[in-house]
Design a protein around this ligand. Structure first.
Ligand SMILES: Nc1nc2c(ncn2[C@@H]2O[C@H](COP(=O)(O)OP(=O)(O)OP(=O)(O)O)[C@@H](O)[C@H]2O)c(=O)[nH]1
Ligand SMILES: [Mg+2]
Length: 357
């Protein structure tokens, strides 16, 4: 049943009255190709024409458009706009193709529009509308010089906060297994909670959502065990605990988002990962579950963005090795977890005895 057609087969606005509000974010991009005739007007990162500064004007127009989206698109809900940010870059394709005569090559303007709200529905139409109107404004500002202007693709780069998430970057998975399991007195990654070593279980679980998954551990750690064939990232900064594994992952692939899970979360399961995936934010260092009893970020079950690299490198250089403490000091998005047990880590033989799956 399509929810934008009513009982009488007439188009209708989707009824979102029963939905609950959440933090929503969307990012859209539009590109405009300007002919070389515009090159003489380039000053720094803007074009200065008689009508005024092109990019600045496009940002103002795009911001106004974002706020008016529901007036232009028939079945779009009116939403309060909490944040609207534009970035406009003028690129020089000749940098990639140095043999081209720079004076003859077009300029490519890339507009990025990020919109945030707290609401029951997404803001992707707002972001797309903002990017499209900023592109049209660039056309209007430049057409007196030449109308040989191409408005190129306009597309959604990312959206989060609702059921359907679209990410700006690929998602990689990391299973932290580099500890020594001293309290448990046997390797936690090799315990069978689900008829296979738990390191393998989490590896398989993350593989359902991630483009690539790695175990994180020490050199040769899993040789001669059932985990030996799994791809492993060996700690760059040994002996400093789980932060070594997180930092190694961030350093090895700095342009992806990392879904990071410790190997001792006995109860981890698909819906818990899916909830994290539908609520994570790409504009913060990390999104983690919040410990339901003590309120701290559960750093070893979360999604880290490339913003985390700088923060983690500085922390390790300053001698801060506790990921929880580190996330408490930084820009971290916390999401609620109703059952404390779901994210409990099992550290001792006694805790193991009490596990009930
Ligand atoms: N890559 C990596 N992971 C680690 C390291 N230390 C701990 N971990 C992992 O981080 C998670 C939480 O660590 P702990 O609960 O302290 O586990 P542990 O160190 O194996 O156990 P204990 O020896 O009892 O402290 C577990 O999944 C560990 O495997 C490390 O130095 N490197
Ligand atoms: Mg430890």
């Amino acid at each position: 049943m399509l929810n934008h057609i009513d009982d009488h087969h007439q188009p209708t606005m989707v009824d979102i009255s029963a939905k609950s509000s959440s933090d929503r974010r969307a990012v859209a991009q539009a590109q405009v190709e300007l002919p070389a005739a515009l090159r003489p007007y380039l000053q720094g990162q803007d074009l200065h024409l008689k009508k005024g500064p092109v990019c600045q004007t496009a940002i103002i127009a795009g911001t106004m458009a974002v706020k008016k989206t529901s007036e232009m698109i028939p079945f779009c809900h009116a939403l309060p706009i909490d944040s609207c940010k534009f970035e406009i870059q003028i690129g020089h394709p000749s940098i990639e193709n140095p043999s081209a005569d720079q004076q003859e090559t077009p300029l490519v303007v890339t507009i990025r529009c990020e919109v945030k709200t707290q609401g029951k529905t997404g803001v992707e139409m707002e972001a797309l509308h903002g990017a499209a109107i900023a592109a049209l404004t660039i056309y209007d500002m430049c057409k007196a010089v030449s109308s040989d202007i191409l408005i190129k693709e306009t597309k959604l780069l990312a959206k989060s906060g609702g059921k359907k998430t679209k990410a700006e970057r690929p998602l990689y998975g990391l299973v932290l297994t580099g500890g020594e399991s001293r309290r448990m007195q046997r390797d936690k990654a090799l315990i069978d909670y689900h008829d296979k070593p738990h390191g393998q279980y989490i590896y398989d679980l993350l593989s359902q959502y991630c483009e690539q998954v790695y175990l994180s551990g020490r050199s040769q750690q899993w040789q001669g065990t059932p985990l030996e064939s799994l791809p492993t990232l060996v700690d760059h900064h040994p002996s400093v605990g789980p932060i070594a594994g997180i930092l190694t992952a961030l350093e090895t692939h700095p342009d992806v988002n990392w879904l990071i899970v410790a190997c001792d979360l006995a109860y981890i399961h698909g819906p818990l990962i899916e909830y994290l995936l539908s609520h994570y934010r790409e504009d913060v260092v990390a999104t983690c579950y919040q410990n339901p009893e003590k309120g701290f970020p559960e750093a070893l079950c979360g999604i880290y963005t490339p913003l985390a690299l700088d923060v983690f490198q500085k922390a390790v250089a300053a001698g801060i090795y506790c990921p929880v403490k580190l996330l408490q000091m930084t820009n971290c998005h916390l999401i609620p977890c109703d059952r404390p047990q779901s994210i409990a880590n099992i550290n001792t033989p006694q805790e193991y005895e009490n596990v009930q799956l």
